[in-house]
Design a protein around this ligand. Sequence first.
Ligand code: CA
Length: 226
Amino acid sequence: MTRARILIIEDESRIAQLLDRGLKCEGFQTSIAPDGRAGLASARENPPDLVILDWMLPGIDGLEVCRNLKAVGDAAILMLTARNDIQYRVNGLEAGADDYLVKPFSIDELIARVRALLRRAAPISHPEVLRFSDIALDTGTRRAYRGAVAIDLTAKEYQLLELFMRNPRQVLTRDVIYDRVWGYNFGGASNIIEVYVRYLRKKTEVQGGSRLIHTVRGMGYVLRED
Ligand code: CA
């Protein structure tokens, strides 16, 4: 998985640093530009996947930067503004912003929006057949097989199995699984992952198939052969 590159265009360095730290913690690559001119130069030189763009900037304002960004690349744009006014929101979206966040916002909210935008922007991947051990998962038909036996999966079971199949032999923490499969965090109290892992094991272990989804105590789960 490549790490998404995020450009932060924000003149208030306190906010820029806060965003920078929060996004880095989540594994994103970040860079900061203190004004629109520097931001556009950075976007041309090193095209980002997503731009967090403050509305009120010295020199070229955020709306103008937004229009220019749309002209030079296809990065998703999340605008930040202190103005909680529907009219400005409409202007921002017309200028090409993909989403909008009103200051003050929580870093968790911002990260959730960033993830949603990046998911939306992700290209639709070509169908392929993922294989691990004797399991095959067809991402086109969304059907799974263990050996020659077809396994019927619900939508969530499919997503969970696909996540394991794309990351074999890697321990997937509960947080990562929540984020990738459910798109939000249940806050640690939910046992929904355990429930779905149990369903998947039941379905993949019929007819005496060996266990492939293992619990790593205190950490999460891993797809491996023993
Ligand atoms: Ca500002």
